[in-house]
Unconditional design. Sequence first.
Length: 231
Amino acid sequence: MQSVGLRRSLLIAGGLAVFAAGCGGSGYQYVENEDLGVFARLPDDWAVYDTEELLSEINSGDAAMSDAAMERAQDRLWFRGFDASDRPSAEGSMDIGAHEPRGFVHIRALSREERDTINVSGLRAYVLGVDPLAASSAEMPLGGPTAENVEVITDEPAEFDGGYHGNHNVFAVSQGNEVAIVDQTALLNSANSTLYLFVVSCDEECYFETNSDDIAEIVESWTIDESHSSQ
């Protein structure tokens, strides 16, 4: 099951520098960007993919960008994907509803127009393309979930020191007989100029039973250093 439109939307980028993921101590690895103050802790046996690998996967097919455009995008975007499956892939890290946890950390600068229009509803809709709490006005993404296919399990404000603000949501997305759970934290900095997105997803059994502890620890580890709030 995939988040339709997600891959292409993640190519829209602003002025952000790229830094490598760091390695942690025994049992864990750390996905971090010291310049942006972004940090998340993952089990050390999960595969992690960098900006170049993820953009190459997104930017394929007939609509592929030129090499020069890809290089510019890499200079303006910070992006990490992760996949806990036995056969991990960059592509898989952006899929929802798998049997093992997958997800990504995505940071980009917003355009001037986006800064003027971004709101809580827009943050809720960022990954799925639809805000289930605004069903009467939501547009249905082609081939993707509709508001009626999404159950809101958690909808709560998320605030980090330094003026970072947004919301934390957990959605249950139905497609046929399958249900994907999407755990999404979407934040803006104090100037509403940069979007910070952290997503973990897998199926119901994985999220609530087999990998519930790992997922809870990962979501709790998600950190933005307040000293970077002006960036």
